[in-house]
Structure formats: structure tokens, C-alpha cells
Design a protein around this ligand. Structure first.
Ligand code: MD3
Ligand code: FE
Length: 236
């Protein structure tokens, strides 16, 4: 189930020249953190991981070295455009048989790499701020987006403990996050997610439909031409 494309070196340092993101009007990555509640239980902690972003990306590269990114196949037989891997005690996997959390990487037959301490710390700190003390994630799913990659509207319901929130961290290129309601047909609102943004999805928003619009081309100094998203979950 490996990719034909060289995605495992895809999280570039981004420092290979080019025009950068343009600093004429102030760099959005340099703003101090602030918080936005977009729905009951859904809190955007804007730029809350900016100071840890380089450490998170260094740890992400270590995870990818041990458990390479791959394009999973859905139960319906479609190959996902997002490249994924996991770390922690459980990893989210999909194949023709269904979606599940598995302690073993099916590509290697070995356990997923351990969750780096910096991952745990950022996730726990964000959950604390959103009112979920002592969040102890068992799984971290890493999603890698290149230009054109999208994630269609879905619910996250493969976790047995739906009382625990999901924490997500956005790194690198910005994306348009689509946030709907509890029914697939509910209208969706669009929110930009930028480098360093952390979100906590709990309470009534835990089962909201959500997705990511096709990623636009761009260059980010921390990642080059990609976006990385980390989601932290309590799976059971
Ligand atoms: C709202 N990831 O991995 S993160 C996913 O950017 C996923 O890669 C997207 O959706 C990404 O399942 C979105 C924001 C997010 C994550 C989980 C949620 C929003 C959520 C769970 C419930 C409601
Ligand atoms: Fe999701």
C-alpha cells in the first residue's frame, strides 16, 4: 500500500529559497495567539502551537521515518488523496474491510512509533485550555496534504469514547476547513486553518461533519509545499 510518489521526504524544511509567503502586510504566522469558539464545544486556538511548530515538525519527520506515509484505501475501494501515518498506542487504518484502530502498522507488521513527548504536551495543553483537563491521547493520526489534496465531508466516529475531544494541529500551508452540522446535509461554514492553529472538538461538536477543501498551491517556510495535520484521539 505504498505511494508511487516520494511523499516520505515531503515535509521539507521549506528553506530552499523562493519568494516565501510575502511579508509586505505582516506575516500571519507571527501573530500572538487568540481563541475563537465557532460552535458549542468547538474551539479554535489560533497560533497556539506556533512556538512549538519546528519541534513538532522535527518529531513528525521521525515518525514518518519509522512509519512511512501511505495512501489508504476506503472500504469502497477508493484511494484517499491524503497521505497518512500514525504514532502512539493505536493507529487509524482503512482498507477494503473497513475503518478501525489497530496497534500494529499493517505495512510493517510492527507497532506504530511511540507518540513524541512534544506531541502529547501540545495536545494536552490545548485540551486544558478548552476545558478538558488531563487529556491523554492514545492515537495521533498524521495527515499530509499536497496541492489538490482534499478530505471529503465525514464524521469521526471510530472512537469508542465519544466523550473525549479530538485535538487537531495544523502545520505548513493553510487550508480551508469545512465545518457542518450533525447531519450530512447541514450547511457548512468555511474557516481558514493556518500554521500553528490548534483546534479542540468536543461536546456537541464531536460528531459534526467536517472536511478540507482541495489544498491550494503555495510555499510555507516551515514545510515547503505541503500541509501537515495532526489529530489526537482517545480511542477507547
Ligand atoms: C471536527 N482531519 O483526520 S482537522 C481527520 O485537517 C480530519 O486533516 C482534518 O478530519 C485535517 O479526521 C481536519 C480538524 C478536525 C478534526 C477532527 C474533528 C475537526 C473535527 C472531529 C469532529 C469535528
Ligand atoms: Fe475528521
Amino acid at each position: 500500500m505504498s505511494s508511487k510518489r516520494p511523499i516520505n521526504s515531503a515535509i521539507n524544511s521549506g528553506q530552499s529559497g523562493g519568494l516565501g509567503s510575502g511579508h509586505l502586510f505582516g506575516d500571519p504566522d507571527d501573530e500572538p495567539p487568540w481563541e475563537e469558539t465557532i460552535a458549542p464545544g468547538a474551539v479554535l486556538l489560533r497560533r497556539h502551537a506556533s512556538a512549538q511548530a519546528e519541534a513538532l515538525l522535527a518529531a513528525a519527520r521521525q515518525v514518518v521515518a519509522a512509519a512511512p506515509l501511505r495512501h489508504l484505501v476506503t472500504p469502497g475501494g477508493k484511494t484517499m488523496s491524503v497521505a497518512m501515518t500514525n504514532c502512539g498506542d493505536w493507529g487509524w487504518v482503512s482498507d477494503r474491510r473497513g475503518y478501525r484502530y489497530d496497534p500494529i502498522d499493517p505495512d510493517s507488521g510492527r507497532p506504530w512509533p511511540p507518540m513524541p513527548d512534544i506531541f502529547r504536551e501540545v495536545a494536552r495543553n490545548a485540551a486544558d485550555r478548552a476545558g478538558y483537563p488531563d487529556f491523554a491521547p492514545q492515537a495521533c493520526l498524521m495527515n499530509l496534504y499536497r496541492p489538490g489534496t482534499r478530505l471529503t465531508l465525514h464524521q469521526d466516529r471510530d472512537e469508542l469514547d465519544l466523550a473525549a475531544p479530538i485535538v487537531s494541529v495544523s502545520l505548513g500551508l493553510p487550508a480551508i476547513f469545512l465545518f457542518g452540522g450533525l447531519q450530512r446535509g447541514d450547511r457548512t461554514r468555511r474557516f481558514p486553518l493556518q500554521h500553528g492553529d490548534v483546534a479542540v472538538w468536543g461536546g456537541p461538536s464531536r460528531l459534526a461533519f467536517h472536511g478540507i477543501a482541495p489544498l491550494a498551491e503555495g510555499h510555507h517556510p516551515a514545510t515547503g509545499s505541503v500541509r501537515v495535520n495532526l489529530t489526537f484521539r482517545k480511542t477507547r
